[in-house]
Write a protein that binds this ligand. Structure first.
Ligand code: SF4
Ligand code: SF4
Length: 389
């Protein structure tokens, strides 16, 4: 099979029959689920970054997870669905996330919702960044992993789709530590591509029926795209996903990292796409552009490193508190890996000197008060194309 094959089909709603028919259609060019054998235990790595109602477009929609569960059970497999949200990784938090995100629908279809909260040590000598890491142990009990992501804009990585979804293999409260270990977005992206390579999902699916634009990945606004994507290769899927929402693939750090390793082509023209992808092109999708949008200087030479530091200082987006919206809850302070946020007069205040621009605060602010603020230089260089403010 062509390794660069990506399949895309229309799906207009989350109605159960529509989801099942579209899943069958999107999988057909990839050989369907013929690789699934009776008795296999399939792990579906969903995007459950936070407990949010399905219509908020934060999480993989439960109707799609239920439909995929039915298809897998048809083939005699058992199914477990899991993820590690950006919070404590325990039963109390996960049960709430499952309930709010509507996962009971998938449970009714026969899926088990993961309740194994063990943590394992990973060793990956071929990794570029993550040679040693800690991951969620439930994945070890699976014969194969299906990566079922949601199409969203993202404060740090611009795109949250297939590759980024594997960051959810890191247990919840350890995620900020990984941001701190890899403060450069390109190193962070390499770490994520390492996780993709380590776990190697057999199949990658993307819920782009209702995507999230703007202040993603948790506080943006839903945007109807009406598509379902599938590929054996997460980076090829992301090349198409990025293109659909108006990002050049090399604007996405995880894709730039994958291209440096020759894991995917650098443009949509290098893919073999099954389906009329141009019918889903978004002309007004609100994305968050990061400094990779402007210029990437790779390499380990000290000149390249110095140039990257200068560019970072001039071009990097920064978190900014919308004071009128801040409720002083302190979640950003608690999750900040650099411990650089304080609550003063019931408002979040950032000590910029120590901020590593990981955007954990933006991702987990419950009311969207923490925003991505683009540098004036970056705005001028992109001819005024703004991210979220
Ligand atoms: S998480 Fe959001 S609302 Fe809470 S203190 Fe931080 S900025 Fe304010
Ligand atoms: S202030 Fe926000 S972006 Fe800066 S280090 Fe803390 S969590 Fe990351």
């Amino acid at each position: 099979m062509n390794p660069n094959l990506v399949s895309i089909v229309p799906c207009e709603s989350y109605e159960a029959d529509a989801c099942e028919a579209s899943l069958r259609a999107v999988l057909a060019p990839l050989g369907g689920l013929d690789w699934v054998r009776p008795g296999m235990r399939i792990g579906i790595k969903a995007n459950l970054v936070a407990g949010a109602k399905p219509e908020k477009a934060v999480t993989t929609h439960p109707s799609l997870l239920a439909a995929l569960t039915r298809l897998l059970k048809e083939r005699g497999a058992s199914v477990v669905i899991g993820d590690s949200p950006g919070n404590l990784y325990n039963a109390a938090i996960l049960n709430r996330v499952y309930a709010v995100s509507g996962l009971c629908e998938a449970e009714k279809a026969g899926a088990e919702l993961n309740r194994d909260f063990s943590e394992k040590d990973g060793f990956f000598p071929d990794a570029v960044q993550a040679k040693r890491f800690t991951y969620t142990g439930w994945l070890d009990g699976c014969d194969a992993i299906i990566n079922f992501c949601k199409l969203k804009s993202h404060g740090m990585m611009s795109l949250s789709a297939a590759a980024k979804n594997l960051f959810g293999t890191i247990p919840g409260t350890m995620k900020p530590e990984y941001h701190y270990r890899f403060p450069d977005p390109n190193d962070f992206a390499d770490m994520i591509v390492d996780l993709d390579e380590y776990f190697k999902p057999v199949l990658n699916l993307c819920d782009a029926i209702t995507a999230m634009q703007g202040n993603g990945p948790t506080q943006g606004t839903p945007k109807h795209v009406g598509a379902l994507l599938a590929s054996k290769n997460p980076h090829c899927l992301d090349v198409l996903a990025a293109t659909l929402i108006g990002l050049a693939p090399n604007e996405v750090p995880t894709l730039a990292a994958a291209m440096r390793r020759s894991l995917c082509p650098d443009t949509v023209e290098g893919l073999t796409v099954s389906g009329d992808w141009k019918a889903f092109l978004q002309t007004d999708f609100e994305v968050i552009r990061n400094r990779n949008s402007l210029l990437f200087v790779g390499g380990d030479h000290f000149c390249a490193k110095a140039l990257r530091r200068i560019m970072n200082a001039c071009l990097a987006s920064k978190p900014k508190v919308k004071t009128s919206a801040c409720i002083g809850c302190g979640k950003c302070r608690d999750i900040c890996p650099a411990h650089t946020i304080a609550i003063k007069n019931k408002k979040a205040v950032i000590d910029r000197k120590h901020c590593i621009k990981c955007f954990c605060c933006q991702e987990f602010c419950p009311v969207g008060a923490m925003r991505v603020h683009r540098s004036p230089v970056a705005v001028v260089l992109t001819h005024g194309k703004e991210g979220s403010k």
